[in-house]
Design a binder for this molecule. Sequence first.
Ligand code: HEC
Ligand code: HEC
Ligand code: HEC
Ligand code: HEC
Ligand code: HEC
Ligand code: HEC
Ligand code: HEC
Ligand code: HEC
Ligand code: HEC
Ligand code: HEC
Ligand code: HEC
Length: 406
Amino acid sequence: MYKKITKLAVVLMIASGFVFTELAVAGSEPVKVVAAPIERPDFEPNLKSAKKVVHPPYEMAKADKDCSFCHTEKDGKSGALKMDMPDLCSQCHEAKDSKKFIHGPVGAGACTACHDPHESNNMKLLRFSNINQLCTSCHADKGVFLKTTKHIHPPVQDQCTNCHDPHTENFKFQLKADGNKDLCLMCHVEKKEHLAKVTHKHGALDRPKKCLECHNPHGTNTPKMLVKDTGKDLCLSCHNSKMTTDGSKLTNMDQHLKDNPDHHGPILWGDCAVCHNPHGSDNLRMLKKPFPETFYAKFDEKNYICFECHEPAKIQDEMTTTATNFRNGDKNMHFIHVNKDKGRTCRACHDFHGTKEYPHHLRTKTSFGAINFPIRYIETPTGGSCAPACHARRHYDRKKPIENLK
Ligand code: HEC
Ligand code: HEC
Ligand code: HEC
Ligand code: HEC
Ligand code: HEC
Ligand code: HEC
Ligand code: HEC
Ligand code: HEC
Ligand code: HEC
Ligand code: HEC
Ligand code: HEC
């Protein structure tokens, strides 16, 4: 049984492209499995020409039985060239090394590493029937990368020349625009519009590598070509120090999560971007949906990102026996605290990143203006109580409702 499960799981993992993972089998120690790399089909011969491509000067030379335009001898037999490349080619073609960055073989005059000077079965007299095959014939590491990486950027899978000029360009790596951002926005027009209009921008995009701070332009083993194993690791790779934004201090989230090991569900999944938009948004803290900015706010379901996952009934139903455990008898304490003109926002009691001392992601201390006071929560099997700041302890009990003295 044990072997069977393991084998099936391995097959499934290979099929789903896992490279390396831990596999837990019921009743046994986790087994480390190294799966084979992902097999991708070879490149399609999409540059194959319907009929043979013959270089016009070669065609002419053959017709005239005079090859001396390019060769030293009329019959061209020895192959000795009349002049070095690229000068030979530049007699008729525009220079291919006129811009700031020149591709290695072009600079070296190795035009014929990529083109056949006579004739070819491929378009543009290329020596390969597919651009990526041409490029990876020298850039062998990229060939391995294309075959073994789980999430390849679609334009890379298509052809390298979507972004790189094979000869020369004004941008580093012969890119068609600055590779940190402008190149990306050339195709990702929707991101260009988004970045231009959002009110809460992400400081990450002002770091030197811009989009490439987070994405690899070719691909990675993480979805969306992220440069770290999970979205969370990515976020915490920068949010591991105190930062300031518009004069206010931002929590060191890495430290906060280390100090508060009871992490909120989505953070356990490794996903910060389920709540935050890494490209900025129009909401507080670049949240994907609104969340009130203040300690008190008039309750409106639409203002809470929380209801993307949690049932709004837990705040909306004045009386309930099911919508929430935060109730005194069937009186909904969430309704009482939150659902009014001057309602407390969730942050008064909960921390939605991580907590330590109390269950239900209840925070140890709550901050009200400049004051930070402990809530002193005590849980009971059927309810609980708290004693924030100077308030007397207040109790709630789901089985036997408690009358709190004023
Ligand atoms: C447009 C210029 C051009 C013309 C015209 C041309 N060749 Fe070449 N030929 C070249 C270049 C460039 C090379 C060097 C190829 C390399 O670097 O691999 C070459 C190489 C050769 C070689 C060496 C072996 C090989 O194929 O690499 C032979 C033989 C040859 N040419 C024969 C001919 C003959 C015969 C003709 C005329 C019918 C001719 N060539 C016309 C450019 C030309
Ligand atoms: C005597 C002039 C002449 C020389 C020398 C010459 N070419 Fe050409 N080449 C042409 C002409 C004419 C064409 C056809 C132009 C067209 O289709 O736009 C052509 C076409 C090409 C094409 C295909 C372009 C396409 O759009 O399909 C390539 C690639 C090319 N040449 C490379 C070279 C290289 C590399 C050399 C040097 C080894 C070279 N040529 C030397 C005249 C020349
Ligand atoms: C690394 C491979 C590579 C080298 C080296 C190379 N080319 Fe090209 N060349 C290409 C590819 C790929 C294309 C097709 C580009 C496209 O369709 O965008 C091309 C297109 C061309 C064309 C036709 C389109 C155009 O840009 O005018 C000519 C002419 C040409 N090359 C000439 C040359 C000459 C001359 C040299 C040497 C100085 C050279 N190439 C070196 C890969 C190469
Ligand atoms: C004939 C071999 C050859 C082919 C084919 C070739 N390259 Fe290159 N490429 C080189 C060499 C050599 C360099 C220079 C390496 C260096 O400077 O360290 C280079 C450099 C580069 C660089 C810059 C890398 C750096 O670290 O500066 C890029 C980007 C690149 N090639 C992309 C391509 C693309 C895209 C193609 C296909 C259109 C291609 N190459 C095809 C040989 C080749
Ligand atoms: C979507 C655009 C895009 C496509 C398509 C693309 N690249 Fe790149 N490539 C980039 C960017 C951006 C950089 C610069 C990365 C950096 O600054 O770290 C780069 C850098 C490189 C480099 C130098 C740095 C390195 O990673 O070694 C090479 C070599 C290279 N690319 C080869 C290729 C090859 C081969 C292909 C096709 C299989 C390809 N690229 C397709 C965008 C692209
Ligand atoms: C030549 C056009 C082109 C360029 C340039 C380009 N992309 Fe893309 N990108 C695409 C296409 C096409 C897709 C697939 C469709 C989609 O998701 O929009 C894609 C998808 C993506 C995805 C989602 C991948 C997934 O797994 O769903 C990310 C992330 C991305 N691109 C980031 C970038 C970054 C960062 C750059 C700049 C380095 C960039 N792109 C440059 C065309 C491009
Ligand atoms: C701070 C890190 C970070 C930066 C910087 C960043 N991204 Fe992303 N990007 C992400 C994450 C994380 C995702 C996955 C989002 C999700 O799951 O909702 C993503 C997703 C994407 C996608 C897939 C579609 C989508 O929106 O989910 C595209 C396309 C994309 N990014 C392009 C870009 C471009 C272009 C830039 C530069 C202008 C950029 N990104 C800068 C982290 C970043
Ligand atoms: C490359 C570094 C980097 C990465 C990666 C990064 N951030 Fe940031 N983040 C910053 C910087 C820098 C600031 C802003 C400081 C400033 O405004 O000067 C910031 C600000 C923020 C803010 C506060 C925004 C505001 O102004 O209110 C939030 C929330 C945030 N990041 C969440 C995330 C999330 C979620 C991720 C992962 C998807 C992430 N960050 C990844 C660098 C990064
Ligand atoms: C369930 C939704 C949710 C998830 C998941 C989430 N956040 Fe937040 N985050 C929020 C909300 C809501 C705020 C605003 C809190 C406030 O102002 O009281 C916030 C605020 C922040 C801030 C600003 C903190 C400050 O000092 O004011 C940062 C930085 C941040 N989040 C980073 C992250 C990172 C990194 C992750 C992943 C490890 C993450 N968030 C996951 C909802 C979420
Ligand atoms: C993307 C989905 C998602 C969003 C958005 C979300 N949560 Fe959660 N939440 C969960 C999951 C999953 C759990 C269960 C795992 C756990 O206890 O963290 C959970 C649990 C909780 C718990 C503890 C439940 C218990 O009984 O221990 C509280 C409190 C909570 N969330 C509050 C919030 C608040 C406040 C917000 C809005 C800022 C929010 N959540 C937004 C998914 C989400
Ligand atoms: C006055 C403090 C307080 C406020 C404000 C508050 N909660 Fe709670 N919440 C609690 C307490 C206490 C519990 C624990 C109930 C129990 O299990 O005894 C709880 C439990 C939860 C749970 C676990 C499931 C349940 O309902 O029992 C979720 C989810 C939750 N709260 C979400 C929210 C959301 C979303 C907001 C803001 C819209 C919010 N809370 C506002 C005190 C508060």
